[in-house]
Design a protein around this ligand. Structure first.
Ligand code: SF4
Length: 706
């Protein structure tokens, strides 16, 4: 019998644009997807990834039943949920009793919903008593988090998507927005077509598709962004294109920065960055004379051992020109993942606590402990992603729970990550797709619900919270992430806290949200006025949205007051530091990694749809034609691409969109597809000292013909 088609409003599960979708289904199966014309992120538009979501749920790739193995050399066997979670609770309890709470860890994901994140956080910090909970957002946005906090006082992107359409001058730095945030890029394209006087500057070592829209493309040498931004400020000062009244009234630290940028003369900066003085001057003039100036950035700034400095150096330009808190103006990070923002809000980085609190702050710990009804929260700092897997590798962490992410493909220096996972006594992987590289290391595989099968909320790049709705049931025995966490926690609770009432008495995601939101009351992100029901009534809303509010907040800092101790924004005077691995004789190329238009992360979902390989069929190394000629290579030749950490065999292609001395490789391919461990066998585990975000976009490599 044919069932009638129903429609459920939800969101796309890929990037941080957070597009609204209408899921078409018959109550059992998802049959189609359309853009939601009512959703303020996309007004009905979808990109190639979003519009094929319904084609990517391939059951043959799904994890359908819990599977357990009782020894490393054994195959996993199907078990039931009770057996799986009882076993996990016993192993975790025994490990904690024997080795302490910091002998276990959680590595979770920006793909999770806010309610899932909150449950994981409460489990790790309140029940177990460890701060060893980090997220793949560490690989994505943690430098932006530090940038916002150091410069503006809080992890809060101050702008809205409508500012992109209303700005006079946009600087897009380290972002191939046309591929990574396509719907937002379409909005920008439409705005520029409507207002041709809008100026767009793109800063990127490669000439990407985003540059098609640029009035000026600055192809800086990789990793030189801080020098560029300081050079721009130098010229802004020289020309008098700064807002002295704003600086005096609303900022601190300008004199130290002014002193620092004195050395960043146009000639010096042009040489460091590999651009012309004329283009540097033109870029500065476009910014300095614009009635409104907006900057957009993504992984090119964040995934760097100087990521925090890059973020703050860019924000400095906004503070120096007073271009913040106004229509069409401000620094605006493009969030990589669909709910990296929600993760930060709920405290899902090792150094955070819910409500934008700090795990290292005793008063914050006491507030959250009191709210959760536990004596105390752990003081010992948690381990960030790179540190966490190293602790696994050397045996300090003995039980690891990984949810909704694929570190065996996405973490840098893959050989060490695979060694760590193989050596860890107990690895739990909570995953929707059993095909990921990480699943093969699972001692316990827990099948999770995926897109269209779960309920909760997400926050997109512009602080907008959407209600994610379930259209169909998850297949076979797969369960929503929040339910798996709470069920596990209810089993672990009596083993660690006998005789006490459970901390995890949640009936549904709405109950989790209700508890979580109270932890934001009075904080910069106050969303205590939001509930799932309110989102159903009013539609997606931007925080802050305190109790009693009737609408969200489009723009922050319009009053010139910042959430710092003094109420003033802070200029940050970090000098330019070169990336860790520079070119040298044995590794004469700089490798940049990045996204393709039609693939997402490790391709666990997009890799199941043949049409998404139509744009790019296979992983191919891009080199400038001169580099091919120098090595007597032709497009299509197989090459060995090697770094200090490992090597890959793959085809090469000539690409004059990158400069000689540089190489580009898509980030998506793991060892399911490539000979070798995948793209990240080449990348290095160096990380930014403040954000702990690894330098995934800059490695020394060499190419040999095979
Ligand atoms: Fe999904 Fe991002 Fe594409 Fe929107 S732009 S449809 S959120 S992948």
């Amino acid at each position: 019998m044919t069932r009638p088609t129903q429609t459920t409003a939800s969101t796309c599960c890929y990037c941080g644009v957070g597009c609204g979708v209408l899921i078409e289904h018959d109550g059992e199966h998802i049959t189609g997807v359309q853009g939601d014309p009512q959703h303020p992120a996309n007004y009905g538009r979808l990109c190639s990834k979003g519009s094929t979501l319904h084609l990517t749920g391939d059951l043959a790739a799904r994890a359908l039943y819990p599977e357990l193995r009782l020894g490393k050399g054994l195959a996993r066997a199907r078990t039931d949920w009770d057996g799986a979670l009882d076993h996990a609770a016993n192993v975790f309890a025994e490990t904690i009793r024997e080795h302490g709470p910091d002998s276990v860890a959680f590595y979770i994901s920006g793909q999770l919903l806010t309610e899932d994140y909150y449950a994981f956080n409460k489990l790790a910090r309140a029940l177990i008593g460890t701060n060893n909970i980090d997220s793949n957002s560490r690989l994505c946005m943690s430098s932006a988090v530090v940038g916002y906090k150091r410069s503006l006082g809080a992890d809060a992107p101050p702008c809205s998507y409508e500012d992109i359409e209303q700005s006079h001058c946009l600087l897009i730095a380290g972002s191939n927005m046309a591929y990574a945030h396509p719907v937002l890029f379409r909005r920008l394209e439409a705005a520029k077509a409507h207002r041709p006087d809008m100026k767009v500057i793109v800063v990127d070592p490669r000439r990407t598709d985003t540059c098609e829209l640029a009035d000026l493309h600055l192809a800086i040498l990789p990793g030189t962004d801080v020098a560029l931004f300081h050079g721009i400020l130098h010229i802004l000062l020289w020309e008098g294109w700064i807002d002295r009244a704003f600086i005096d009234a609303h900022t601190e630290g300008f004199d130290a920065l002014k002193k620092l940028v004195r050395d960043y003369t146009p000639a010096a900066v042009a040489e460091i960055c590999g651009i012309s003085v004329d283009n540097l001057q033109l870029c500065t003039e476009l910014i300095g004379k614009a009635p409104s100036f907006l900057s957009l950035w993504c992984m090119g700034l964040n995934q760097s051992s100087a990521g925090s400095a890059k973020n703050s150096a860019l924000i400095n330009l906004h503070l120096a020109t007073g271009q913040i808190g106004r229509v069409g103006a401000g620094p605006f990070s493009l969030t990589g993942q669909p709910n990296a923002m929600g993760g930060r809000e709920t405290g899902s980085l090792a150094n955070l606590l819910p409500g934008h609190r700090e795990a290292g702050n005793a008063a914050h710990r006491a507030e959250v402990a009191g709210y959760w009804g536990v004596d105390r929260l752990p003081e010992q700092p948690g381990l960030s992603a790179i540190e966490l897997f190293e602790a696994v590798r050397v045996g300090k962490i003995k039980a690891l729970w990984i949810a909704c992410t694929n570190p065996a493909q996405s973490m840098p220096d893959q050989t060490r990550i695979h060694d760590a996972l193989a050596a860890c006594p107990f690895v739990v992987v909570q995953e929707a797709f059993f095909t990921t590289e990480t699943c093969r290391f699972a001692d316990l595989l827990l099948p999770a619900a995926s897109w269209g099968e779960k309920e909760g909320s997400v926050t997109n790049s512009e602080r907008r919270i959407s209600h994610v709705r379930r259209a169909v049931r998850a297949p076979a025995e797969a369960r929503p992430d929040w339910a798996i966490v709470c069920d596990f926690a209810r089993r672990l609770d009596p083993l660690l806290r006998p005789g006490l009432p459970s901390l995890f008495d949640f009936a549904d995601p709405a109950a989790l949200f209700e508890e979580y939101k109270q932890l934001t009351a009075g904080r910069d992100l106050d969303l205590s006025g939001i509930s799932h029901a309110l989102l159903d009534d009013l539609g997606p809303q931007q925080w802050p949205f305190p109790a009693g509010a009737t609408r969200g907040t489009a723009r922050l800092y319009g009053d010139g007051v910042f959430p710092t101790a003094s109420g003033r924004a802070q200029f940050v005077a970090d000098p330019y530091r070169a990336a860790q691995e520079q070119r040298e004789a044995r590794y004469s190329l700089t490798l940049n990694t990045g996204r393709l238009r039609d693939q997402w992360h490790g391709m666990s979902r997009t890799g199941t749809a043949a049409q998404l390989f139509g744009h790019v069929e296979e992983a191919t190394l891009s080199l400038h034609p001169d580099e091919l000629q120098r090595r007597r290579l032709a497009s299509g030749d197989l090459v060995k691409l090697r770094s200090r950490r490992g090597s890959l065999i793959l085809p090469v292609q000539a690409d004059d969109n990158i400069r000689p001395g540089q190489a580009f490789l898509p980030m998506h391919w793991g060892d399911r597809f490539l000979k070798g461990l995948g793209t990240n066998v080449l990348t290095l585990p160096a990380f930014d000292p403040l954000s702990k975000q690894p330098e995934l976009k800059h490695a020394g490599v060499e190419v040999d013909k095979v």
